[in-house]
Design a binder for this molecule. Structure first.
Ligand SMILES: Nc1ncnc2c1ncn2[C@@H]1O[C@H](COP(=O)(O)OP(=O)(O)OP(=O)(O)O)[C@@H](O)[C@H]1O
Ligand SMILES: [Mg+2]
Length: 428
């Protein structure tokens, strides 16, 4: 009797043990699901925070662009009346204009980051991007570390998004500095960017479609990478920087690769020797026309036509008024879309051209343009906006005769006004 109870008990225990053996992997799975869930939750919260920061960034970028537009317009007025200035004062004015342009480029970067919209590719002089990165390196790293930019100004042009190229070089430079610091900075250490002067054909490079490419070499004499790191270096979230002082996210090279290969149809590879250093080879398509960069026009034709300027920023309105009146034009100002529409209706017979801002309170530029087209289907409009043209995929906006990205040079505006006004109107 006792035996049978004992056996029964043993049997039950073995059944229970079997069940437990099923539960424990389930428990593990549950734990890992919980961990994944909390990670996703964290990412979602982070995403929401990024979204609201993005909206804020867009607003700040818009206002800041308008401020820059006002400054640019007044500087242009000064530079056009520069007979009264000494040569050094003229240089100062030009330097401020250059600073405003850099400010505008930073705002653009901000807009791109927060909207994740890519800016259009253009013919860029790689030197101008690299110079900025090397300037930053010079200011932020030890003098002992040599910074060598072996690319000449005006020699190497690629067809690229200038902000993304900036991100590429910034990431490579940051990694290079970390690698040199990790090894311990000593005399003779350097970071170098050079370009292979000869142009390679895509077919020679095997993995690239046919066309002509430049090869850029980004070198450092840092710690280098062992094979197991080298194999994973471009993987998203792979990082060896886990210390409290240098905490990496493992996103830098993944982003660099994405920009080079997906956004620019290029190629990137890396050679590295532990203890000796690293060389990144970047292949980018050569720009079709190396001299296609447009200089702003310097001559002003002027005119006596009437321009309706609609912009919600007072400094933009006032500065454009002063400049355009100096060139002989008659100016009507409106501070928002509704006022613009009322003034257009009132003056439809005298307004020859409209300069139209896009983002405005009450009635945005697009709505105003639609209303004006109802009144005069041939209305001549130049859009001025802080966004790139490709931001607005819209037939109404495309009906505008020209598009200027803020902040623009007054001379470019005047040239655009003349071009539009001098085009013959379509016969009705
Ligand atoms: N120039 C280099 N020299 C030595 N190791 C490098 C170099 N560049 C990258 N690495 C290695 O590749 C890893 C991945 O680089 P990546 O730039 O993607 O991420 P990270 O620098 O660790 O973090 P993040 O760039 O997101 O701040 C680095 O952690 C490092 O181990
Ligand atoms: Mg990095």
């Amino acid at each position: 009797m006792v035996k049978s109870t004992y056996e029964e008990l043993e049997h039950e225990i073995s059944i229970l043990e079997q069940r437990i053996s099923h539960i424990s992997p389930l428990e593990k799975e549950l734990k890992s699901l919980e961990a994944k869930f909390s990670l996703v939750e964290k990412q979602l919260r982070q995403r929401q925070r990024m979204d609201s920061l993005g909206t804020l960034a867009q607003g700040v970028a818009h206002d800041f662009n308008n401020i820059l537009s006002g400054i640019m317009a007044y500087l242009n007025i000064l530079s056009l009346t520069n007979d009264n200035f000494s040569p050094s004062q003229k240089t100062y004015i030009q330097n401020i204009i250059n600073s405003v342009k850099r400010g505008a480029a930073t705002v653009k970067q901000f807009q791109n980051l927060s909207s994740r919209a890519a800016s259009p590719k253009e013919n860029i002089d790689i030197y101008s991007v690299a110079e900025e990165v090397f300037f930053l390196l010079e200011k932020t790293t030890d003098k002992l570390l040599e910074k060598q930019l072996d690319i000449e100004k005006g020699r190497v042009f690629v067809c690229a998004d200038i902000n993304e190229m900036h991100q590429v070089f910034m990431n490579l430079a940051t990694n290079a500095v970390h690698a040199i610091e990790a090894k311990g900075l000593k005399k003779g250490d350097y970071i170098r960017l050079s370009a292979k002067p000869e142009i390679r054909k895509g077919s020679e490079l095997k993995h690239l479609s046919d066309g002509e490419y430049y090869e850029f070499l980004f070198e450092d004499t840092g710690s280098g990478m062992p094979v197991e790191v080298l194999e994973k270096a471009f993987d998203p979230l792979f990082t060896t920087k886990t210390g409290p002082e240098n905490n990496g996210q493992g996103l830098g090279l993944a982003m660099v690769k994405d920009i080079v290969t997906k956004r620019h149809d290029g190629h990137i590879e890396v050679d590295s020797i532990p203890g000796r250093g690293t060389i990144f080879h970047i292949f980018l398509p050569r720009a079709a026309d190396a001299c296609g960069l447009e200089e702003p026009p310097t001559d002003i034709q002027g005119g006596s036509e009437t321009v309706l300027v609609v912009d919600d920023d007072i400094s933009v309105r006032e500065s454009l008024k002063s400049a355009l009146e100096d060139f002989g034009y008659r100016i009507i100002l409106a501070g928002d879309g509704e006022e613009g529409l009322a003034l257009f209706r009132e003056n439809v017979d005298v307004v020859n051209i409209v300069l139209l801002d896009m983002i405005m309170p009450k009635m945005p530029g697009r709505e105003l343009l639609r209303e004006m087209l109802k009144i005069d289907p041939d209305v001549r409009v130049i859009i001025s906006s802080g966004h790139d043209k490709n931001h607005f995929e819209d037939p109404i906006i495309k009906s505008a005769k020209n598009y200027l990205k803020k902040p623009f040079e007054i001379m470019a505006l005047e040239k655009a006004i003349r071009q539009v006004l001098d085009q013959k109107r379509c016969p009705v």
